[in-house]
Write a protein that binds this ligand. Sequence first.
Ligand code: C5P
Length: 231
Amino acid sequence: MGKDVIIACDFPGARECLDFLEQFKDRRPYIKIGMELYYATGPDLVRELKARGYRIFLDLKLHDIPNTVRRASTVLGRLGVDMLNIHAAGGSAMMAAAVEGIAQSGSGTKLIAVTQLTSISPEVLKGELLIDKPLDMVVQQYAKNAKAAGLAGVVCSPLEAGVVHAACGSDFLTVTPGVRFAGDEAGDQRRVTTPAMARELGSDYIVVGRPITSAADPVAAYERCVGEFIG
Ligand code: C5P
């Protein structure tokens, strides 16, 4: 299984993203385009970056009725993105519809599900969302649902990679944000680990944003992540 570091390119526009990636043009890292950048630039930037040879995880976290998600998945699959995600909380029918939508696009896009956002704490899960089961159990159940619906993996915290692999097998992908270098601020992330811990815990891909994009030397920060995570 090819472990890799995915840089979360959370920028306000195409210019900022392309300027940032200029530093990486010899490396062409795997990148993630999320809501902010996609809603600002639309599909043009995705096409441009695909043409430049980048692997792209399109992090739009689709969550709607099955028919809408199927049709949106077809449109997004046609962009040729390497990975796309949807919320497991949308239910099995919605996830199966997304799988159909990707198949209709004719692309090899890997579809993965968000289990619980890494910003959700056990207190919020119980006190606000009224989900009484332990966080690990919720993540495990959502991962099983995603696997049964035909998805390739899940987005989860590195802390949950073990329970997901135990429930769904080692080839079921765990794509894990919530990564910070030892001693750094966690910011709005609640469940964080270092790249080295993510490796120990069995993550397949780590998604790293601000520790790289806000670093004084982003290339050095990326290399540090790769060194700690892949070796
Ligand atoms: O800057 P930071 O490293 O916290 O960025 C993490 C990225 O991963 C953000 O783009 C965020 O939207 C995304 N993400 C997350 N938790 C999830 C799914 C995606 O933090 N469950």
